[in-house]
Design a protein around this ligand. Structure first.
Ligand SMILES: *[C@@H]1O[C@H](CO)[C@@H](O)[C@H](O)[C@H]1NC(C)=O
Ligand SMILES: *[C@@H]1O[C@H](CO)[C@@H](O)[C@H](O)[C@H]1NC(C)=O
Ligand SMILES: *[C@@H]1O[C@H](CO)[C@@H](O)[C@H](O)[C@H]1NC(C)=O
Ligand SMILES: *[C@@H]1O[C@H](CO)[C@@H](O)[C@H](O)[C@H]1NC(C)=O
Ligand SMILES: *[C@@H]1O[C@H](CO)[C@@H](O)[C@H](O)[C@H]1NC(C)=O
Ligand SMILES: *[C@@H]1O[C@H](CO)[C@@H](O)[C@H](O)[C@H]1NC(C)=O
Ligand SMILES: *[C@@H]1O[C@H](CO)[C@@H](O)[C@H](O)[C@H]1NC(C)=O
Ligand SMILES: *[C@@H]1O[C@H](CO)[C@@H](O)[C@H](O)[C@H]1NC(C)=O
Ligand SMILES: *[C@@H]1O[C@H](CO)[C@@H](O)[C@H](O)[C@H]1NC(C)=O
Ligand SMILES: *[C@@H]1O[C@H](CO)[C@@H](O)[C@H](O)[C@H]1NC(C)=O
Ligand SMILES: *[C@@H]1O[C@H](CO)[C@@H](O)[C@H](O)[C@H]1NC(C)=O
Length: 762
């Protein structure tokens, strides 16, 4: 199959041309927001209108600060911040983390300082306040800890019209940034063109500028953050559920950062080009005349509903296409798959010719995205079986761009690869404080009177199994780190005082639990229950994992299992233009995020549904009574996903109980991106295969040791399926064209439909 981009390519010229018209509209308008309104009105036929970034910035910063509403918001976040597992560690992180990863952040101190600045009227406008609150959480570089105030994310997403890539000329020299369309033209267009690297951006040294910009991303690792600035095939294959064309163009969390009016690129050949940055307008602007009217309409409790806002921004496309979940997501630069999930969340591929003994399992997500067939689990199972049957000898697992998804889907994939190995590598814990204690007491008490089963026709009981019995607030869910049941809630809760905070005792998933499907998105885990009769498809030394560092959340759980238990080697790609090794796993290593809405529901439900009126009234006087305010939800950006990191992962046997988030882990080998790798993902996989089993190392740092024998490609007869696949692959190679690579991919959680309980939302 050939996946041609069905998305219209937004040419750079059309964005640039639109600009003067909109600037004219501005001349007669009475305020920047009125000018945005006029411009939006003139783009009625456009799905997502755009305006120059500077105009949008002038509009959003003309929204006056409502001091009392800002104070209400800050106060209303407090109960939720308490659920963040790592505030004590963030304030006082290990030395190596500070040296190699990120600086310390005092979250509670920062919140207090925001509050005193509001009181002292130090914020000029609503945006300045919203930005401070957003950045307080973003600078923790804990991808699960997110709050996006309305003023930051409801109205505008920022963007730059030109995606970049970072490329090493020969795989050895440190990488330089290039304009991606230049690379496409020189790779797939007529041959004579030699792209020139970017040496300066807006007058600053390009490397410095881009490293600084990368810090606006969600990951903690600086090399992974650097990769996330750029256009990358694995990310593009996720469509609107990934980080778009990179943070430089406003993909992922770049969409909330004002990039300034223009981007000036100076190339090594002496040429300079200037682009006008723009903002996508996400909500209707009818009747908006100034910052005050924008505030009244969109930044209060009675703002239009999410559906109205979404309808306005997608109506033009919605009428002409089917639902986003029904359509296969294009994956430019990927060869025809053996089997793949429709949104490319997981897919299996073979390589050809000298590499025909290699199978590749590409896993850019652990989300299950509703119920597409074949399911995530099916794809893994069917592909591994097919690869074995076809006589493939080696397996590359590519987890680039993987922000996680469903925790147990991560465990399951590991157990598909290693059905007989131990099913845990880290213990979990969460903050032990009044709210979690009260919930645990209540959930545990109710569960004690109930069986643990899904095998029932009693709908009431089934609902209780889903809501209460299967919850980790029932002490009977999970095992202690010896693998035993906890005898009581007190035994699970602890607390253990450590590193300046109180935590529960460590616990592990019980993967044979009969209630596993409730927590896994519907699946049972390989190696347990009735899924025990599986043979390990590849030896550990015949498997290698490669990643761009964007491996977060469930991906880090999977990786902890793969590295600690199976001893599988990890290769990291790209990174900052600095020598040395980089980390392979650069995203949040917390093992479970909790949406704030879920926390609120837990507290309210316990008071109103799980308690007698008298008990409820009593509980309402405790900390559980502090979750009634809807202010955090009313003031969050429409369509955003707001979370805390609820569980820490602690490596099995780590006496210091350091959350994995704060542990630096170099990869086994670092490979740089070459030009070819940014247009053809098989170039990455071949470099990985050569490095691991081919006797030709591409590592610029690290190495895979002498343990890997050079492969011998057998000349065995191919099956007709393989022959047909190789024919399609050859056709794919011949027909690769610049038009396959979309330049209009943007993060859009409103249409992404991601699901998961350990997921970093882009
Ligand atoms: C601005 O107003 C002038 C005078 O009313 C009018 O001639 C001109 O067309 C207007 N320009 C735009 C861009 O609306
Ligand atoms: C400011 O917010 C308060 C709620 O805290 C609200 O009652 C008031 O109307 C708002 N003021 C303006 C000018 O919107
Ligand atoms: C390449 O050159 C040929 C012949 O000059 C021309 O027909 C074709 O359109 C060019 N292709 C591209 C992608 O520029
Ligand atoms: C210099 O390089 C840039 C970027 O590759 C390219 O767009 C431009 O045409 C080149 N200028 C000259 C004079 O070659
Ligand atoms: C980038 O540099 C500017 C100027 O030094 C600074 O104000 C800004 O905070 C930096 N951004 C990040 C993400 O570090
Ligand atoms: C169904 O389960 C609930 C909760 O355990 C119980 O109260 C109820 O009696 C059960 N109903 C039947 C018909 O067994
Ligand atoms: C830890 O728990 C103890 C006992 O409940 C309590 O006194 C102390 O304030 C708690 N510390 C923190 C940082 O919450
Ligand atoms: C794990 O789950 C199974 C099935 O529900 C149960 O029999 C077993 O006791 C549980 N183990 C622990 C240690 O909780
Ligand atoms: C395993 O058990 C579950 C639940 O009883 C069932 O839905 C599933 O089909 C079984 N799977 C296999 C492979 O037997
Ligand atoms: C397990 O798998 C093997 C080989 O596929 C098969 O021969 C055997 O019957 C299976 N055993 C059970 C208990 O299902
Ligand atoms: C809980 O207390 C709040 C005031 O803090 C009140 O609005 C609410 O009605 C009370 N709910 C219950 C169920 O007691």
């Amino acid at each position: 199959m050939l996946f041609r981009s069905s998305i219209a390519v937004l040419s750079l010229a059309s964005t640039a041309l639109a600009t003067p018209v909109q600037l004219n509209a501005r001349q007669n308008a009475s305020s920047p927001c009125a000018a945005v309104s006029a411009s939006v009105a003139s783009q009625a036929a456009t799905a997502t209108p755009t305006v120059p970034a500077q105009l949008a910035y002038e509009c959003i910063t003309s929204v006056p600060l409502n001091k009392s509403a800002a104070l209400d918001l800050v106060d209303a976040t407090v109960p939720y911040f308490r659920w963040q597992s790592s505030t004590a560690w963030l304030k006082n992180p290990p030395e190596e983390y500070v040296e190699k990863v990120q600086e310390a952040v005092d979250v509670w101190g920062g919140l207090a300082s925001i509050k005193s600045k509001i009181e002292g009227e130090e914020y000029e406008n609503e945006f300045e306040f919203g930005w401070a609150l957003y950045r307080l959480l973003q600078t923790t570089h804990d991808g699960h800890f997110v709050y996006i105030p309305d003023v930051i994310g409801t109205v505008f997403n920022w963007a730059r019209p030109v995606p970049l890539v970072s490329i090493s000329e020969d795989g050895t020299e440190l990488p330089k940034p290039y304009v991606y369309p230049d690379i496409l033209a020189s790779s797939l267009g007529n041959a004579s063109f030699a792209p020139s690297p970017i040496v300066a951006i807006n007058g600053q040294d390009a490397q410095e500028y881009l490293e600084n910009w990368s810090q606006y991303g969600s990951l903690q690792d600086r090399d992974a953050l650097y990769n996330n600035v750029f256009y990358e095939l694995a990310v593009i294959s996720l469509g609107s559920s990934g980080s778009g064309m990179g943070t430089f163009t406003g993909g992922g969390r770049g969409r909330w950062v004002y990039p300034g009016p223009e981007t000036e690129l100076e190339f090594e050949n002496g040429t300079t080009t200037t682009f006008t940055n723009y903002a996508k307008v996400l909500v209707p602007f009818d009747g908006i005349t100034d910052g005050e009217s924008l505030y009244k309409k969109w930044f209060t409790a009675d703002k239009p509903s999410e559906t109205e806002a979404v309808a306005a921004s997608v109506s033009a496309t919605a009428t002409t296409s089917s639902t986003p979940t029904a359509r296969a997501t294009p994956a430019p630069g990927y060869p025809p798959p053996v089997i793949r999930e429709a949104h490319n969340l997981i897919g299996g591929y073979y390589l050809e010719d000298d590499y025909s003994d290699i199978a590749v399992l590409s896993v850019p997500s652990f989300s299950s995205f509703g119920s597409t067939e074949p399911s995530f689990q099916d794809v893994g199972e069917q592909f591994l079986a097919a690869a074995r049957a076809a006589g493939k000898k080696k397996l590359i697992v590519d987890v680039s761009a993987n922000g996680g998804g469903l925790i147990l889907q991560g465990y399951d994939l590991y157990k598909q690869l290693f059905p007989t190995l131990i099913g845990y590598a880290a213990g979990d814990r969460f903050r032990a404080f009044e709210s979690t204690d009260l919930l645990g007491q209540k959930f545990s008490e109710i569960s004690e009177g109930l069986p643990r089963t899904l095998d029932t026709d009693n709908e009431t009981l089934l609902q209780l199994e889903y809501d209460i019995v299967s919850s980790l607030f029932n002490y009977q869910t999970d095992m202690d780190i010896e693998g035993n049941n906890f005898p009581s809630w007190e035994a699970k809760f602890g607390p253990l005082y450590q590193h300046g905070d109180n935590y529960t005792n460590l616990f592990r998933w019980n993967l044979s639990d009969v209630l596993t499907p409730v927590n896994s998105g519907g699946i049972y885990i390989h190696g347990y229950g009735n899924l025990t009769n599986f043979t390990q498809p590849f030896a550990a030394e015949d498997i290698v994992v490669v990643t761009d560092g964007y491996c977060a959340s469930t991906c880090t759980i999977f990786s902890e299992l793969m590295r600690q238990r199976a001893g599988v080697k990890y290769i990291s790609l790209g990174g900052r233009p600095r020598p040395g090794i980089t980390q392979a796993i650069g995203g949040v290593k917390g093992t479970n995020n909790y949406p704030w809405t879920y926390i609120q529901a837990l507290a309210q439900y316990t008071i109103t549904e799980l308690s007698t009126p008298e008990e409820g009234a009593e509980l309402n006087q405790t900390e559980l009574g502090e979750y009634w305010s809807d202010v955090p939800f009313d003031r969050a950006a429409i369509g955003s996903s707001i979370n805390v990191n609820f569980r820490d992962g602690i490596r099995d046997g780590d006496e210091t109980n350091t959350p994995l988030q704060f542990v630096y882990e170099p990869s086994d080998c670092r490979i740089l991106y070459t030009k070819e790798m940014t247009v053809d993902v098989t170039a990455i996989w071949k470099a990985v295969a050569d490095t691991t089993w081919g006797g030709k190392s591409h590592c610029i740092s690290g190495d895979l040791g002498g343990g890997y024998a050079k492969r011998e490609v057998s000349k065995k007869e191919k099956t007709w399926e393989e022959k047909a696949l190789y024919t399609r692959m050859a056709q794919w190679k011949r027909s690769m064209s610049i038009d396959d690579y979309p330049l209009d991919v943007f993060t859009n959680l409103k249409e992404a439909g991601l699901d998961g309980n350990a997921i970093l939302y882009p």
